[in-house]
Design a protein around this ligand. Structure first.
Ligand code: AHG
Ligand code: MN
Ligand code: MN
Length: 329
């Protein structure tokens, strides 16, 4: 988007922004726009519930585990229901991949899009009033509309994403997304119940001084990771780790920094999920001028072989990610 148009568009509602930029989509039919609106609507419902946590009985563990073996929180399940419902009612999506469901969910066979979602990211932070998020990726289905979903529709690479983004339920609630034409951020105005463009054409600083990694696991890092963390310390960088990927990523996007979730003794392939955590943030990062790798390879070029596949994740400012990868064993 040219500069003058960006300046003119600050403060415009998300709906209007989506409509104004619809022609940028490769398949400008309005359905992708509607899908983004469905996601925005579901996020407002989740936001309302997140804000009420503590007042109503939605905090704490549910007593069950998801496929990945994580303890499900009540809000994980609630958020999954909200997004699934909004997407199935909308009709544009034919299938939904979610952290909270073992297999993909069939939606509308006439839908053209496949959605991958982490409905509630950072759920261990819910009970302590720390920022949490939602992460989403949108793919175009490969099989013909109206037919039954195929594996080729589901296991697509990050480079196939047509849109991706996240919602951050923080000190303010933000929706940040890309359709492959830069990254734009919208802030929710709770009095009006609407998202407004607040961060047009977001750019991640090429370099930064913040590193985010769970150092509690330092003893099981590979030597390359230990070397990079030591390098950050020698440089006097600042360590910041919220434990909510969306929040850590968003801070680094604005300020410049790197987030690493490496392979550890416990999680040989890292902890984060390629299809509904890493790919979306990789797309946003690259569109903002940053990078995302697994320590060696570009995240968006990893061909998934399973829905809940994990990958080590290095994402953030270009020069920092390049430096971290230069230590590779
Ligand atoms: P989720 O709540 O969706 O399971 O994701 C949690 C993820 C991510 O948000 C965060 O950065 C990471 O797990 C934290 O893991 P550790 O506690 O192992 O550092
Ligand atoms: Mn997550
Ligand atoms: Mn989650």
């Amino acid at each position: 988007m040219e500069q003058s148009r960006i300046a003119d568009s600050i403060g415009i509602p998300l709906d209007r922004f989506i409509k104004n930029n619809q022609e940028q989509f490769q398949y400008a039919s309005g359905e992708l726009s509607q899908l983004l609106r469905d996601i925005a609507l579901a996020s407002k419902v989740v936001n309302r519930e997140v804000n009420k946590a503590g007042l109503i009985d939605i905090m704490g563990a549910l007593g069950s585990q998801n496929t990945a073996g994580d303890n499900q929180q009540k809000l994980d399940v609630l958020a999954n229901i909200r997004f699934t419902r909004a997407l199935s009612k909308g009709g544009e999506a034919c299938a939904l991949i979610s952290e909270e469901t073992e297999s993909y969910v069939d939606l509308n066979n006439d839908g053209k899009y496949v959605i991958a979602i982490d409905p509630l990211d950072g759920s261990s932070n819910i009970d302590v009033n720390v920022s949490i998020g939602t992460i989403f990726s949108i793919y175009r289905r490969r099989s013909p509309v109206g037919t039954v979903i195929q594996e080729e529709d589901i296991l697509q690479m990050g480079t196939d994403q047509v849109a991706a983004g996240y919602i951050l339920y923080g000190s303010s609630t933000m929706l940040v997304y890309t359709t492959g034409h830069g990254v734009n951020g919208f802030t929710h105005d709770p009095t009006l119940g609407e998202y407004f463009l607040s961060h047009p054409d977001m750019r991640m600083p090429d370099d930064g001084k913040i590193f985010s990694i769970n150092e509690g696991q330092a003893l099981s890092f590979a030597p390359s990771v230990t070397k990079y963390v030591n390098y950050c310390k020698e440089k006097g960088y600042t360590g910041r780790y919220i434990g909510s990927l969306v929040a850590d990523f968003h801070r680094n996007l604005l300020k410049g920094g790197i987030y690493i979730y490496p392979a550890t003794a416990k999680d040989k392939n890292g902890k984060l999920r390629l299809m509904y955590e890493c790919n979306a943030l990789a797309f946003v990062a690259e569109q903002a001028g940053g990078l995302a790798t697994d320590g060696r390879n570009r995240i968006m070029e990893i061909r998934p072989s399973a829905l809940h596949q994990r990958t080590p994740f290095y994402v953030g400012s270009k020069e920092m990610v390049e430096k971290a990868c230069s230590f590779a064993d």
